[in-house]
Design a protein around this ligand. Structure first.
Ligand code: FAD
Length: 473
């Protein structure tokens, strides 16, 4: 038996940062348990352009969705692959590195609903503490508030527009931008990379934390359950190699294993929907809607093919010169493309507030069995209507002089999907058919342990992220 102050389960985006912050206090002892291996065993993880290579291997949990009834109909059996990182750094070691703080309105809404300490004003200092923004024109302006950030962006957009877009089109782009500003959901894309290398939470936080004597990082350690006594979590059980271990945490057990594995571990520990646990003969500790509110972003992709060399292609990126530049200067391959090849870019019309609610449930009591992921993609009719609206708006760009000058032919964009030939292009029926067939799932699973007031029957944890003990039966 092993005793310490904090046991942090899962060394991903959240867990690695938590273990690192806690261990800044030398009086605390922290054990970080990670089911996957060290990120240092996966050198491709450090190379931003190699991100897709990390999927479908042993750095990935390789989850799949259930067969979908309303979407993904172009996929075999309507089943969508759902990657999730399984190594130090978790999904931050395999993701596409786009960094965003999220919308301030979402945080403010949480606070309004009773989640004290989660307003944008409350969380901003923590973002700033973690950020090391190297974009010169964002460094000062974005620290305090989003609006100045947007103003800086407008300046930049004006500068770019005079060189890339015609004056007339700029008005159109400006209107789109203005709409985004009103919604306060506009950001210039920033990346979690440093000197051309992925800044996963393993690289950015754990490398330094692992030097401290008060933190232990145990990889290949699969946590099977949280140990609970008298309504309180006092430790965890995990399997490493062929051996089962137990650790006691004097202060707290923190389960940060992502939106799929967190509900799985809680349910295996007896915290979950009563009937579901009963059906698997798992003794109940707390009757809570764990896993019942799975939400995920989805998008409708539109592919454009300009006739000039504008964008990155695999051939361009893979030149010996580019590889040499990357190896010697750390410059990302994307920045220095030299050869001509087929060009293309995608506008992804993304649904930010999905109303289709799915679930994560257990298929068995075996902690090594993957859970059942039912995302219910496009189950809500309103989703499709919103996506159609967005696609139409994006396609209007094709009528601008800028797009015409790029040689973009909308006929190429409206790829004639054989599944949808019965509909007139581009009627709403056609767009709906294309969206349901070719929907892109992002991998931003969330909300399976919803935060809320104790009296809110849809919530699992309070605003301090402690599970609601009041629901214990
Ligand atoms: C392919 C991909 C691309 C993405 N692109 C972006 C992007 O560009 N921008 C963005 O903001 N977001 C992106 N995301 C989403 C983002 O990466 C995740 O939302 C975020 O990393 C989730 O953080 P987390 O700490 O909740 O979980 P994770 O980072 O997934 O960490 C969970 C950790 O817990 C470990 N674990 C799980 N079960 C156990 C167990 N039983 N015992 C011990 N350890 C366990 C896992 O191995 C993992 O290391 C992407 C995700 C994926 C998969």
């Amino acid at each position: 038996m092993y005793y310490l102050c904090f046991s942090v389960v899962g060394a991903g985006s959240a867990g690695a940062v938590l273990a690192s912050r806690l261990s800044e206090d030398p009086s605390l002892s922290v054990l970080l348990l990670e089911a996957g291996g060290s990120n240092e065993n996966y050198f491709l993880s450090d190379i931003p352009l190699a991100a897709p290579e990390l999927q479908r291997g042993d750095a990935d949990w390789n989850f799949v969705s259930t067969p979908q009834k309303n979407a993904m109909t172009a996929l075999v059996d309507n089943v969508n692959f759902m990657p999730s990182g399984r190594l130090l750094g978790g999904s931050s070691s395999i993701n596409y590195m786009l960094y965003t703080r999220g919308s301030r309105h979402d945080y403010d809404q949480w606070a309004k609903e009773g989640c004290d300490g989660w307003s944008y004003k409350d969380v901003l200092p923590y973002f700033i503490k973690s950020e090391d923004n190297r974009v010169p024109w964002l460094q000062d302006s974005c620290k305090e508030n989003h609006i100045t950030c947007v103003q800086v962006f407008i300046k930049l957009a004006k500068h770019v527009s005079s060189s890339v877009f015609g004056e007339r089109d700029y008005v159109y782009f400006y209107q789109l931008l203005h709409f985004a500003i009103i919604c306060n959901r506009f950001e210039h894309a920033t990346l979690t990379t440093k000197d051309g290398v992925r800044a996963s939470t393993a690289n950015a936080f754990l490398r330094k934390a692992s030097q401290r004597p008060n933190v232990d990082i145990s990889v290949n350690s699969h946590v099977t359950k949280v140990l609970i006594k008298n309504k309180s979590a006092y430790g965890v059980e995990f399997i490493r190699g062929a051996r089962k271990h137990k650790v006691h945490a004097r202060r707290e057990v923190i389960v940060s294993t992502g939106s799929v594995n967190t509900p799985k571990i809680l349910m295996l520990s007896g915290i979950g929907p009563k009937m579901h646990l009963k059906s698997l003969n798992i003794p109940l500790e707390a009757d809570l809607p764990v896993g019942e509110n799975l939400q995920n972003h989805v998008g409708a992709p539109l592919y454009f093919f300009p006739n000039i060399s504008l964008t990155i292609t695999p051939d361009k990126a893979g030149t010996i010169w580019n590889k040499f530049l990357y190896a010697t200067s750390g410059k990302d391959l994307i920045l220095k493309s030299t050869e001509k090849n087929q060009n293309g870019f995608t506008i992804l019309v993304n649904l930010l507030h999905p109303k289709s609610i799915g679930s994560v449930t257990l298929q068995s009591k075996d902690p090594f069995d993957p859970p059942i992921m039912e995302p219910e993609f496009l189950a809500d009719r309103q989703h499709v209507a919103t996506l159609i609206k967005g696609v139409k708006r994006a396609l209007e760009l094709g009528n601008t002089d800028t797009f015409k000058n790029l040689g973009i032919n909308l006929d190429d964009t409206y790829i004639k999907f054989p599944e949808c030939v019965q509909f007139k292009i581009p009627s709403e029926e056609y767009l709906e058919c294309y969206i349901r067939h070719y929907l892109l799932a992002m991998y931003h699973y969330s909300s399976t342990c919803r935060m809320g007031k104790t009296e809110d029957p849809t919530s699992v944890v309070d605003s301090k992220l402690r599970y609601h003990v009041q629901h214990i039966v």
